[in-house]
Design a protein around this ligand. Structure first.
Ligand code: PGA
Length: 228
């Protein structure tokens, strides 16, 4: 089983997202999707009922609360309205731009684990950590505070230096980290960081899936990645 996930980040309006989802879902069929799980994480204002035939919708972020006084946040109540039960936690942009440290990520993980969500938990080292050759220990430390045996966990290895830079990690670098993480957890280990329609099939041979940012914004490119 391979996981193919697209993260729209803060791109595409609600209209554009709906057009995209309808177009992609109608291009897909059971043969193309055989042995694959397809996920799209649109912006939270673009979430709709999670009842596409081949695509599962997920939230890029959510507050660890049912509802309440959390100005600007989306809460569980809002996801439940659309039957969304998949969430990204710990994306490096959340960690670096919005100061979500390991404690906050673990708190969110525990909250959504208790709600039985499918959790894509993102980890990845900076260029400095990679250069210091401490990246394997670093990845392990990012998983310390969460239950790596959780049955609905997917671990996304996304080296920060490869995200949105066009610089994807080599197959050797990806393979080393995937193997290391497989010793820590039985969860699927997927890779993200400048994945596109040209490199995805090789990456899928050595990992359990891909988390795609920029290349997922174009429905034809994302379809190509799924088809491969
Ligand atoms: P990218 O983003 O494919 O644009 O590098 C990946 C991600 O942030 O998940």
């Amino acid at each position: 089983m391979k996981v193919i996930a697209g993260n729209f980040k803060s791109n595409l309006t609600r209209n554009a997202s709906l057009q995209y989802l309808n177009a992609l879902d109608s291009k897909l069929d059971s043969r193309i999707c055989d042995n694959k799980q397809i996920y799209i994480f649109p912006s939270n204002t673009s979430l709709v009922q999670n009842n596409y035939k081949y695509i599962t919708l997920g939230a890029q972020n959510c507050n660890d609360s049912n509802s309440g006084a959390f100005t600007g946040e989306t809460s569980l109540l809002h996801l439940e309205e659309f039957d969304i039960d998949t969430i990204l936690i710990g994306h490096s942009e959340r960690r670096n731009l919005f100061f979500e440290n390991d404690d906050i990520c673990a708190r969110k993980f525990n909250y959504f684990k208790n709600k039985n969500f499918r959790i894509f938990y993102c980890i990845g080292e900076s260029l400095d950590v990679r250069k210091n050759n401490k990246y394997l220990q670093f990845l392990e430390s990012q998983l310390k505070a969460i239950d790596t045996n959780y049955k609905n966990l997917i671990i996304a290895y996304e080296p920060i230096w490869a995200i949105g830079t066009g610089l994807n990690a080599t197959l050797e670098q990806i393979g080393e980290c995937v193997r290391y993480l497989r010793d820590i957890s039985n969860a699927p280990i997927i890779y993200g960081g400048s994945v596109n329609e040209n490199n995805s099939s090789d990456i899928l041979k050595i990992s359990d899936g891909v988390l795609v940012g920029s290349a997922s914004l174009d429905v034809d490119k994302f379809y190509q990645i799924i088809k491969e």
